[in-house]
Design a protein around this ligand. Structure first.
Ligand SMILES: [Zn+2]
Length: 104
């Protein structure tokens, strides 16, 4: 079960980073990654984690994990993936566990 969550978290790193960078993500994209049964849990987790990754000041985007910025959408996306991939994965994993526990 735990390794399943880890694999799911890994799959969601990129969409979470997109969400955080204000790049649009379609529900179908999440569904394609995790399957229909996990779609809603995954979406909730992705949205919650992405909120922790970015801070908007004015119209500018800053990285909440290391306070660097300002970034463009694309710049933030690349920054998060290059520097914070493991942290983001760990955050998603925690959030998925929390969400799954809540519905059991
Ligand atoms: Zn950063």
């Amino acid at each position: 079960m735990d390794s399943g969550i880890s694999i799911t978290a890994e799959k969601l790193v990129e969409v979470t980073t997109k969400y955080a960078s204000k790049i649009s993500v379609k529900d179908e994209e999440i569904e394609r990654l995790v399957g229909i049964s996990m779609r809603n849990i995954a979406k909730t987790s992705v949205q919650r984690v992405s909120f922790w990754l970015v801070e908007e000041r004015g119209n500018l985007l800053y990285c909440k994990l290391c306070n660097k910025g300002p970034f463009t959408k694309k710049g933030l996306y690349l920054h998060l993936l290059r520097l914070h991939k493991d942290e983001i994965k760990a955050l998603i994993e925690d959030e998925l566990k929390h969400e799954i526990k809540a519905i059991l």
